[in-house]
Each structure stands twice: as C-alpha cells, then as structure tokens.
Write a protein that binds this ligand. Structure first.
Ligand code: PEP
Length: 244
C-alpha cells in the first residue's frame, strides 16, 4: 500500500546563512526521487533566498508565515507577493508559536488562507488543542471549531492541515498512535480532500510509525528537521515504505 506523504521541516528561528549552507551540503548528498513523497523546509524569512538556491531535486521551500494583508503599512510583515519573488508556493499559517507570541487568531488564519490561495500559495494550516483541552477530552470539538472558522469561505481542498497538539510541540511527548489516527480520521470528516499532517515531537525513531497511520498524510517536524541526518533517515524510511 502506498499514498503520497508530505514530510516537512519547520526550522523556526534557527539557522543563520552559514548553517543553512552547511545543512544543504549534507542533506543534498542523500536526496531521494519519489513522486509519492513531497518534502521541504521552512527556514527563517531571511534564509528563503539562500535555501531556494541551495535546494536540489524535489526539495521545496516553505515560508513560516505570511501577512493576511496584500500590502501596505504592516511593519515587520511579509506579503504573498514578496514570497512569490522567491518562488515560494507554500506557507505555514496559524502555527501555535505565532498564535502564542504574535497574537494570531483563527480569524486571522482564515484571512491568511484566503490571501495565500489568491496568490497561488498553498497554506499549511496548523490547528491543535491545549493540554487542558486534551485532558478534558475536548480535542475533537476544539479542532472542529478551529476548522469551521479557518475554512469559512475557503476551498479547503487547496490547503494542507497540520494537526499539532500544543502540548506535543517541542516537549518530547506525543499522543498515542491510536489517538493520532482517531483525530486525523475525525478531521477528514470536515476536510475530506485535504492532506492532514501530524506534528509534535516527531523524530527519526517515531516518524515511520506515525506517518503510516490511516488518514495521516504526512508530518510537520520541528526539532528533528534541523539535523540533516535525522531528516534523511525519516525520508529514507518513508521512501522504503512507499515502495512496498
Ligand atoms: C512544530 O513546531 O511545528 C513542531 C512540530 O515542533 P517539534 O517537532 O519540535 O515538536
């Protein structure tokens, strides 16, 4: 059995230009060619140009966020039009860290998704529940509510969803495999034709078990994507699995 899998790395505010160069020097040595896997990285905005130049093969480059406005007086923001200068066709929106530190809301994510689609950028929409909500068994309701607001007036089939429990990001904790597949299956009821990725403490040891779960179409990886060897190991295993 095989289907298309997304393996995406979010570098957050890590790596300067020298480190991005070093990463690709190593990562590019073991590239895979497989049209059933789509893989890419989201460097800092300032590294988008360099990463775009250094990437090889099927690797694609992703923006970590985008402004919900087309252009104008929005100090510190980056527009879709500016991303297009770097031929960026994917942008993460609504990541929990932009929600926590920059005040991003579901309503703003809805606008970001719309501006992305208007500019032919595929939004990678992050949703997830807090630990408190998880403990109260509210996960399904919380996610359904997020999807309703975020995809209001939107063709969700042109987007990607990343289910990232807030309590799993950068903590070394993950839901059980059963919980991940149950939640992703639940999400498919709302966004039937949208790839659904899982993110939160994925590493080179648990990635293959998670990505091969029913209704999981890929992974959004933070910490483990910073290391070319770890990311390559994940890709190698997924590559092997898709060829079974
Ligand atoms: C993330 O921030 O999107 C993420 C999944 O991080 P980590 O893999 O480090 O938990």
């Amino acid at each position: 059995m095989s289907s298309k899998k997304y393996i995406l790395g979010n570098w957050k505010m890590n790596k300067n230009l020298a480190e991005i160069t070093k990463f690709f020097a190593s990562f590019n040595k073991h590239l895979i060619t497989n049209n059933k896997i789509k893989y890419g990285f989201a460097p800092t905005y300032l590294g988008l140009g360099l990463a775009s130049n250094l990437k090889k093969g099927q690797t694609f480059i992703i923006a970590q966020d985008v402004c919900e406005q087309e252009e104008g007086s929005y100090t510190g923001q980056i527009s879709c039009k500016q991303l297009k200068d770097y031929k960026i066709n994917y942008a993460i929106v609504g990541h929990s860290e932009t929600r926590k530190f920059l005040g991003c809301t579901d309503q703003m994510v809805n606008k970001k998704v719309k501006v992305c689609l208007a500019n032919k950028i595929t939004p990678i929409v992050c949703i997830g529940e807090s630990l408190q909500q998880y403990n109260k068994h509210q996960t399904k309701d919380v996610l359904a509510k997020q999807l309703k607001t975020i995809f209001n007036g939107v063709d969700d089939s042109k987007c990607i969803v990343a289910y990232e429990p807030l309590w799993a990001i950068g903590t070394g904790k993950t839901p059980t495999l059963k919980e991940i597949t149950t939640i992703c299956t639940h999400l498919k009821k709302f966004v039937q034709h949208t790839p659904i990725l899982y993110g939160g403490s994925v590493n080179e040891n648990n990635a293959i078990d998670i990505v091969t779960l029913k209704n999981v179409d890929g992974l959004l990886i933070g910490g483990a994507s910073l290391c070319p060897d770890k990311f390559n190991k994940i890709l190698k295993e997924v590559n092997k699995w898709t060829r079974k």
